[in-house]
Design a protein around this ligand. Structure first.
Ligand SMILES: Nc1ncnc2c1ncn2[C@@H]1O[C@H](COP(=O)(O)OP(=O)(O)O)[C@@H](O)[C@H]1O
Ligand SMILES: [Mg+2]
Length: 282
């Protein structure tokens, strides 16, 4: 893995991968790699949390293994599961005694590897992204903790699986609930907020290279203003990128109130928010 001598080098590498960092982001990434600690990235939706993990995979040329969290996610989807169908077929085909069969169907060929196990057993170091961890029940966090604490996991039939290589772990959270103290203690904490106007302009120009400078500036300014209003769902960076693409597609090279109101549905996803912003602009 490329090792970085300073946070500034991290920032340059991320930029090369199309990710616009901040001093804070570069510093935490630098420390995570030095201290071999997971990073917990928190912040509103669409500010570049998941993208950071993808960019890290790109700059280190490592495989990205993603565990997408959701309510009800359990060990069988996070760590491993036995391939019951295959086991059943083996049982039906078998004429031997039970001990032989049992010793057989709980072995490697019958194991279904899920993302955590895949990351642990990868010979090449990977980037492990545990995405939207706030969606799992607090009990499932315990499972993640075990893996993150020692980079190992136990499978009763196979024994303890110790990491073959140290993964770089990124967890993200949209902060819909408090995470356990134990999980937080394991990780370096990074809060990513909406970018300031200058950084958002840069992100827009990186993601939509054909966007004129001036338009990028105007979009970033208007979006910043809209975010200052009390909305149910303020526009995220993804939405300002969508807005930039929309304006380009419509051949618009100047943002004004009329244009903004006419295309607000790209930025806002609730009618109440649309009404509020339209009212504010006129
Ligand atoms: N710092 C950034 N540099 C470049 N692109 C960014 C940055 N932050 C956000 N983006 C863009 O915004 C999109 C949404 O980011 P994403 O990581 O999916 O958000 P979330 O925080 O919800 O995980 C990304 O696909 C990317 O195009
Ligand atoms: Mg995400």
């Amino acid at each position: 893995m490329t090792t970085f001598a300073s946070p500034a080098e991290v920032a340059d590498a991320l930029k090369g991968a199309g990710y616009l960092s901040t001093d804070r982001i570069s510093q935490v990434v630098f420390l995570a790699e030095r201290l071999e600690k997971p990073v917990l990235v928190e912040g509103p939706a669409g500010v570049g949390k998941t993208e950071l993990a993808k960019a890290l995979a790109a700059i280190h040329e490592r495989r990205l293994i993603r565990l997408q969290c959701y309510e009800g996610l359990d060990e069988s989807k996070a760590l491993y599961e036995w391939n019951y169908r295959k086991q059943l077929l083996r049982l039906q085909a078998d004429t031997g005694d039970w001990d032989t069969v049992e010793g057989d169907i709980f072995t490697e060929p019958f194991l279904l590897e899920r993302p955590l196990l895949e990351a642990l057993r990868s010979a090449e170091p990977v980037i492990l992204l545990i995405d939207e961890v706030d969606r799992v029940e607090i009990e499932t966090e315990a499972l993640l903790l075990e893996v993150l604490a020692d980079f190992q996991a136990s499978i009763p039939e196979l024994g303890t699986i110790v990491a073959q290589s140290q993964p770089l772990v990124v967890l993200t959270s949209n902060n819909t609930r408090e995470l356990s103290d134990a999980l937080k203690r394991r990780c370096l904490f990074l809060y990513i907020d909406y970018p300031d106007v200058e950084r958002e302009r840069e992100i827009l120009l990186t993601r939509v290279p054909e966007l004129p400078q001036r338009l990028a500036e105007q979009i970033a300014g208007v979006v910043r203003h809209i975010r200052s209003l009390p909305l149910r769902k303020p526009p995220s960076v993804s939405e300002s990128i969508d807005w930039a693409r929309t304006l380009l597609a419509l051949g618009i090279d100047e943002v004004n109130e009329g244009v903004t109101v006419d295309t607000l549905n790209v930025l806002l996803k609730y009618q109440a928010d649309l009404d509020k912003v339209a009212g504010d602009l006129s």
